[in-house]
Design a protein around this ligand. Sequence first.
Ligand code: PLP
Length: 417
Amino acid sequence: MARVAEHAAALDVERIRADFPILRREVHGRPLVYLNSAATTQKPRQVIQALVEFYEQHNANAHRGVDTLGEEATALFEGARAKLAAFVGAPDPACIVFNRGTTESINLVAHAYGRKVLKEGDEVLLTQMEHHSNMIPWLLLAQATGATVRHLPIREDGTLELDALGSFLTHRTKIFSVTGMSNVLGTIPPLRRLADAAHAAGAVLVVDGAQLVPHLPVDVVDLDVDFLTVSGHKMLGPTASGGLYGRRELLEQMDPFMGGGEMIREVYWDRATWADVPWKFEAGTMNIAQEVGLAAAIDYLGALGMENVRAHEERITAYAMERLLDAGARIFGPTDPSVRSGAISFWFKDIHPHDLATVLDQEGVAIRAGHHCAQPLMRVLGVPATARASFYIYNTPDEVDALIDALRVAERLFRTA
Ligand code: PLP
């Protein structure tokens, strides 16, 4: 890890890239240009090695035995929890519930908190730019409780219509759940302001941190959020790693989400009592190796410094937006790189995004095309889908150029088609 720290300040992208074996491969005979990190990031060898080492040296079930391997696995798993807690500024590792990521975390909050507090006539407030992960669990909850789901509109420029906040966030609102960074528009809402407004209305603020946590320094105490989700696979960690930060007193009041082994204290034929938080929410054998891998990812990002990660992304986003606009693309979301992320959705020359992505793939350039799990937002934007290029610590300006060259190839192809 020291090697990473040496070049952290400057974010020496070439040296970072050397840590990612997959970036050396070719696709259709061309060097891979991976511009799909908003879907999932690539993994450095430090993370891959942590998984290999776990399985080769320490593999056992956590919290199950007093044998050496069992104790090592437990220590690594709980060590990962402490690392994730520190990474998001949580005051106590007990505030971190491990699970597969954002989807599972929001379902957990909807079931274990939402079902407890919501009744008919209450409201859950979302925004128009939410991922289906931050919509469907609330829709299901509304069906079960008789509560209503409302959506704070967005403005033309892809930012939230904050002037309307007062009429959407009322005494009926019990839960306000918002993305910390839009996976489509790149928008970064003013979370502290939203937390203050939610609390003033008597609601809790849930933040979908899937895109936020990998890209910006985050401190749950400064932001005063009640729940924050973390998707490990979007921040160099293994798939199915990550979890949920929850304010401890809320976690303590909540019922379990799933029942099974290890989440209990005492079980009788007709009743049971629950383990302390966070284990009350961790039924069955957990994603031990994945969370250990996530700890290695956190070490890696921590050594780079999240301010440096953000600075690099801002620079590359500015360059990519400039080149995309020059090439004739229509960009969705805020145009100022300092207030948005490096997930850039665009529409290019009336070529359907799926066709565009297929041509780009032939050129070695991986982007995402589709509705990005945000169908209602696509309707607001008036398009069936968008193309999306998204950037991370390992992307270079040369790769932006490769994207533009590939777009020109698509343009020529579809002009003559
Ligand atoms: N929320 C947002 C904004 C996302 O971008 C994603 C993933 O694309 C999710 C939620 C789902 O996260 P996960 O894959 O961890 O369940």
